[in-house]
Ligand binder design. Structure first.
Ligand code: S1T
Ligand code: MG
Length: 554
């Protein structure tokens, strides 16, 4: 127990911060300390009801792990770093979270208020002492500096509410000499109420469109999970009696729900039956979908967005007009209420997507689709695993895996996400994840696996080793600069505290995966040597399409 001498104050700035994080749904912290953040980390360790702290090796991984934890939990993630070298090292991960609407609270230590006034240049300072805060303004939706105990509680409340409401990262800077400054607890502010008449009007209009359309279809995207609406959306599809697809970034949504799910929409890169249904629809209901080139698989032109209904970013747009201040949740709940007594159409059934199964365990070389089949077989036999995928052909291969919880940088497309995201998934869900990662991406953050031993994490990590940046080679054939050579990743596993095995045939793959699943308590690294030039079906279609549509070399 701490005793606070200063008259009225109930806690300290750091105490208010930690409790506010908990009250806003943060359940753990990923971080790396530094001298500007030491007082903050010490206070965290000494806090009575401390959030667990997981330290990693390099700040990009801290950002990715916090992002993944936020994604799978549907709550806030937290990343604690030091000023300058720490926070600036995490910019790419936070930019990715911003783009993909993952609510990560970035907490950075900072020079003390007194030393900042000293006139000397301080270490870790880039241009000015504000440079870092200004850089973070660009990739977060709200910011504050907790330098004043009088305003700190309200500033915390404002910033954390924005994080929840907008589902984007926020930035909190804590000067190191203010960590123990007495202050009051921060309130939890209510999220604003919506205009019920606007909701009613919007619901009526959406239903009218759905009623008169001949081929309505629903596409669900990231916001559905970010705002915890999966069950509601599945029920809505049933009551509307329309089929559902996910976006690429929304892949993994509705994994646990009963919904007429056709698969993921990837435009020209996707399964033609799914693409045709979406592109031919005369009433496409986009719920929480970020409309982008990757989401829409190089063929956004194919869809006439004027005929769609888009609910995202707190507003609903139908054709040429928009209902502002109408969050997704209000629309979904409004629609459900209206359809409570009388569903619009009978529920659809029997439209489930099909995925490769029954890997032939022979001596043939391994192609990406074999990995999908092997994982599907494993999940049929032993139940689902949550997946974390990196950028690269592993992510496209994930599209051939049974619908299960998936975190992947499907829109911003940064490499390095997979391994640390697996940690976030394991911490947040308690379930053992399968991580799928290319050799190039593994070179970026694979080393983080060395942290598993301390925390008892035991992901199954499948490295897609094609000895290069294969996606780049597919786009730019004949390029030597995409060769990476043979790193023999499996040999490194033991030193990092895990178990590694290298496989080159389908029978070895099957055996390795089963053994990995049987062995708990240590990370299991399966280095899959891919047949030269082999691509997943999705990436092959994607490359083909890109070639035909752009100036890409053939
Ligand atoms: N740097 C970072 C941080 N993210 C990126 N997405 C890129 C560079 C560009 C890039 C890709 S895909 C790719 C690069 C370099 C190659 C990935 O190599 P690997 O992990 O081995 O996977 P695979 O061999 O399956 O391609 C994206 C498209 O922009
Ligand atoms: Mg590769």
């Amino acid at each position: 127990m701490r005793v606070y001498a200063a008259g009225m104050s109930q806690t300290t700035i750091s105490g208010a911060l930690f409790r506010a994080l908990r009250e806003h749904g943060v359940r753990e912290i990923f971080g790396i300390p530094g001298d500007f953040a030491l007082p903050l980390f010490r206070a965290l360790e000494g806090d009575d009801a401390a959030l667990p702290l997981f330290t990693l090796s390099h700040e990009p991984a801290v950002g990715f792990a916090a992002d993944a934890a936020a994604r799978v939990r549907g709550g806030l993630g937290a990343a604690f770093v030091t000023y300058g070298a720490g926070a600036l090292n995490m910019v790419n991960a936070v930019a990715s979270a911003y783009a993909e609407k993952s609510p990560v609270v970035v907490v950075s230590g900072a020079p003390g208020v007194r030393e900042a006034q000293g006139g000397l240049l301080l270490h870790h300072q880039a241009k000015t002492l504000d440079s870092q805060a200004r850089i973070y303004q660009e990739i977060t939706c709200a910011q504050c500096r907790l330098d004043d105990p009088v305003t700190a509680p309200s500033e915390l409340a404002r910033v954390l509410r924005a994080c929840r409401r907008l589902s984007r990262p926020v930035y909190i800077e804590v000067p190191r000499d203010r960590v123990e400054t007495p202050c009051d607890w921060a309130p939890v502010l209510p999220v604003e109420t919506v205009d019920s008449e606007a909701v009613e009007a919007c619901v009526a209009e959406v239903l009218q469109r759905m009623r008169t359309a001949s081929a309505p279809i629903m596409m669900v995207g990231v916001e559905v999970r970010r705002f915890g609406l999966e069950a509601e959306v599945a029920e809505l599809a049933t009551r509307l009696g329309i089929p559902v697809v996910t976006s690429l970034l929304g892949r993994g949504l509705l994994a646990e729900a009963e919904a007429p799910l056709l698969g993921a929409y990837l435009g020209a890169a996707g399964v033609p039956e799914v693409s045709d249904r979406v592109e031919a629809s005369d009433a496409l209901l986009l719920l929480g979908v970020i409309v982008s080139d990757t989401n829409f698989g190089v063929s956004s032109k194919q869809i006439d967005l004027r005929r769609s209904i888009q609910a995202i970013d707190g507003q609903v747009t139908l054709g040429f007009h928009t209902y502002p201040d109408l969050p997704l949740e209000a629309l979904v709940k409004g629609l459900l209420k209206k359809l409570d007594q009388a569903p619009l159409r009978p529920a659809i059934s029997g439209t489930k997507a099909t995925y490769p199964h029954g890997l032939v365990a022979d001596a043939a070389p391994i192609e990406p689709i074999d990995i999908a089949a092997a994982v599907n077989d494993l999940m049929r036999a032993r139940g689902r695993f949550p997946l974390a995928a990196d950028m690269g052909d592993c992510m496209f291969t994930a599209m051939d895996i049974e619908n299960t919880i998936l975190v992947a940088p499907g829109y911003y497309a940064t490499m390095g996400f997979g391994v640390p995201a697996g940690f976030g998934v394991q911490v947040a869900t308690g379930a053992r994840p399968i991580v799928m990662v290319g050799d190039g991406a593994f070179q970026m953050t694979g080393w983080e696996l060395g942290n598993c031993r301390r925390y008892g994490w035991d992901p199954i990590v499948i490295v897609f080793n094609n000895l290069g940046w294969e996606m780049m080679r597919a786009f730019q054939p004949g390029s030597d600069f995409n060769d990476l050579g043979d790193w023999r990743f499996a040999d490194m596993a033991a030193g990092l505290g895990g178990r590694g095995v290298r496989v080159s045939t389908r029978q070895e793959l099957k055996a390795a995966l089963e053994e990995a699943a049987d062995t708990r308590g240590q990370f299991q690294l399966i280095e899959v040597m891919l047949a030269p030039g082999a691509l997943s079906t999705t990436l092959a279609r994607f490359v083909d399409r890109m070639r035909r549509h752009s100036a890409m070399p053939a």
